[in-house]
Design a binder for this molecule. Structure first.
Ligand code: MG
Length: 370
């Protein structure tokens, strides 16, 4: 039987090519703290995964938290069969309740091994890979309408035709931002407006009802699901739920109360691919559309997102994101899922995850458990 006999944990700082301001302009990011997990088995399989929160101010998650959780989680997984991934998750929950983001890289590395041992891609293991690539969304920081259009142009120059535009600094200015960008939207382009929880319901209702003539959608307008439900009742634009979708129970509430038509599943926020799959299945049954991302990271995290994205039919898939395109470090040069003229897909012939990081770039592990 395949058994985990060694787990190594690596830390890598990932500098952003440019400082980034999140919605509201209130949060500044200059580098990300990423953790890489390498799981080895008694019969020679090696699984890899990456966990990378978007800084420590965006969500209740931080890079060092993954490594602290690893001190408890990794010893508890030694001797277990990594292909029994539900059992792996049960053990992690018994060892450390909550802390979903810290469990994600352990879960994904097990999926990598499961794929290698069955000679299947993770997308196939998740139900079957739909071959069409996924549009890659840019991440346009908050600024003046003109600055934001400039950022979009920079992404257009790299082939991007899908844009996630961060608004929410000032509801008066937000309407001008939306109108400016919609006026300059090119044929075939999709832009959505991501508020990252920055509006109160009154502001959301005001701005959204002020652009009723535009065919656009909004992501996570307010902090809580209850606030988003209030906005949903009083507006007509589709709403995507992002930061407030963490658990299957959240997904059930979103569906039951009709709070959104789109969900943005970030793999590490929900605790890995095993939990993301459950949320995906409820969404599929409810007729939702999907945006599939992670909270950050290099090509290793980005490639895992492509596997989950391609387990969803293209017609229900809106976009994904490649955080790697915002970084000045590449942890697996020239391999893994990449931007190809605004689309991305799992690496050709993927077995398991289909990419491994360059250990020389990662440096020595910060911890080894065996
Ligand atoms: Mg978002």
């Amino acid at each position: 039987m395949t058994q985990i006999n060694k787990i190594s944990v690596f830390q890598k700082t990932l500098p952003l090519t440019k400082p980034y301001r999140l919605s509201g302009g209130r949060l500044l990011f200059e580098e990300l703290d990423s953790t890489f997990v390498k799981i080895e088995t008694n019969n020679g399989y090696i699984g890899w995964a990456e966990g990378c929160p978007w800084g420590h101010t965006y969500l209740p998650a931080h890079g060092a938290g993954i490594r602290a959780a690893a001190e408890l989680l990794a010893p508890a997984l030694i001797g277990m069969n990594p292909c029994r991934i539900e059992h792996i998750n049960d053990r992690m929950d018994l060892t450390l309740p909550g802390h979903l983001y810290a469990k994600s890289p352990f879960d994904i590395a097990c999926w990598d091994i499961f794929g290698q041992s069955t000679e299947m891609s993770i997308a196939d293991l998740l139900g079957g890979c739909y071959e069409e690539p996924t549009p890659v969304a840019s991440s346009i920081p908050t600024g003046s309408p003109e600055q934001m259009l400039e950022s979009i142009q920079e992404y257009r120059d790299r082939g991007y035709y899908t844009h996630s535009v961060k608004i929410g600094a000032d509801s008066g200015v937000d309407t001008r931002r939306i109108r400016h960008l919609e006026t300059h939207r090119e044929d075939g382009e999709l832009i959505w407006y991501d508020v990252n929880r920055a509006w109160l319901p009154a502001e959301a209702i005001q701005v959204m009802n002020g652009v009723l003539d535009l065919s656009v959608f909004f992501e996570q307008p307010c902090e809580t699901l209850e606030q988003c439900a209030t906005v949903k009742e009083r507006t007509t634009h589709p709403i995507s739920i992002d930061e407030r979708l963490e658990t299957v129970l959240d997904m059930q509430r979103i569906v039951h109360h009709g709070i959104g038509e789109i969900v943005n599943i970030k793999i590490s926020r929900v605790g890995g691919l095993t939990r993301a799959r459950r949320i995906r299945d409820i969404g599929r049954a409810a007729g939702m559309k999907f945006i599939i991302m992670d909270t950050g990271g290099s090509v290793i995290a980005d490639t895992a997102t492509q596997h989950l994205a391609q387990s969803i039919p293209r017609s229900a898939r809106i976009a994904t994101w490649l955080c790697q395109d915002m970084l000045s470090v590449d942890t697996a040069p020239d391999v893994g899922a990449r931007n190809n003229n605004g689309d991305s897909q799992i690496p050709e012939g993927s077995i398991g995850l289909g990419v491994t990081p360059d250990e020389e770039i990662l440096g020595q592990p910060v911890a080894v458990y065996e």
